[in-house]
Design a protein around this ligand. Sequence first.
Ligand code: PLP
Length: 430
Amino acid sequence: MVLDCSINDFNEAKQVIVGGVNSPVRAFSSVGGTPPFIHHAKGVHLYDEDGNRYIDFVQSWGPLLFGHCDSEIEEAIIEATKKGTSYGAPTIAETQLAKLIISMVDGVDKLRFVNSGTEATMSAIRLARAYTKKDDIIKFEGCYHGHSDSLLVAAGSGLATFGNPSSPGIPLSVSKNTLVARYNDIESVKQCFEKSTNIAAIIIEPIAGNMGLVPAQGEFLNAIQKLCDEKGALLIIDEVMSGFRASQSGSQAFYGIQGDIITFGKVIGGGMPVGAFGGRKEIMKLLSPEGAVYQAGTLSGNPIAMAAGITALRKIERDPRLYERLETLANRLMDGFKEAAAQCEITLQTVVRGSMFGFFFSDVPVKNFDDAQNANKELFAKFHYGCLKKGIYLACSPFEAGFICTAMNEEHIDMTINIASEVFKEITYG
Ligand SMILES: *Cc1c(COP(=O)(O)O)cnc(C)c1O
């Protein structure tokens, strides 16, 4: 694999864009090396500026359920573009996409569109605080909900304490309203409720995809829901990644839980920037202009983005076996990786949820952020580079999920397994 053009492109980008990227993970910091600069993509493949071709298991970090340049989505975008790119006025496309989401996901009576997952969770929290008239929130270590101030918070001195900023620039006066609990550990959540009687909401990724793929245990989510009911706190289910990825109705379907506010992003935009948050009528009606909670966006509900989202969700709606097929491919991939690793005496922990997959170089199952951090990062970096060199594009960090798209078939999966097997052998035997 030659990356000469990408190396030049990266150096040039770094002159004018901080770190050469517009979202930090893209810089390949956790695996080293140069990120391929993408020239174009089609179906399962990415093509970089050097002409290398990769099978893409990142799919823009989740949004592209149907792969690159799906013909129906492409056509919807082109048609919408001809009618104008933005009006800042209502369109029926917004109602159509809202109806699709509401019909497919339980617990959403009404919603509002924003431009990113970050905006969705940030607005959900404001709404929860207004509804409960309380200030504190609980989040889980290792869950990512975008980069708004109250959510970029790490555990303070030990878990179940008031948080510390996980980034400079966030005032303690903000982070102290966020308590941090341990994923899959209900005791740590109870401790948060002991520390604070002022808890507005718990926000959680029910299938965590931002510490690697780490699903919550069902009894844990049920216990959280019960605690919220007892204490008068809202449950915010962050489905920005898992929504329309894990199943047609997101992860609530896996667990039989019901969020008070649910946040969306990624897949609902069909590859365009769309986020949304929704929930029960009596909560949503607090939002301006019906209520007093302010929230707005110049490009929110953008007609091109809505057209892409509508097309994606209609494709999902008319294909009831979609997630089953994607899950079969994901299982085939993970079983293949696991077996190939085992032949080199490497133990992999693998997880699949619908079209999402994840693997850890760890001898023990990964249930929380500590476990995820204890997995072997050096081995991951070597594996990542080995695969990249041979045309397999995996997420460039051990703390990210992988994604199957409908453009993939068994051949793509088996080719990937064969390459993974070669890479495991190279790593082990040199
Ligand atoms: C990606 C993600 C976000 C943030 O969405 P952006 O569109 O990147 O702002 C929030 N929550 C979860 C669970 C995510 O995976």
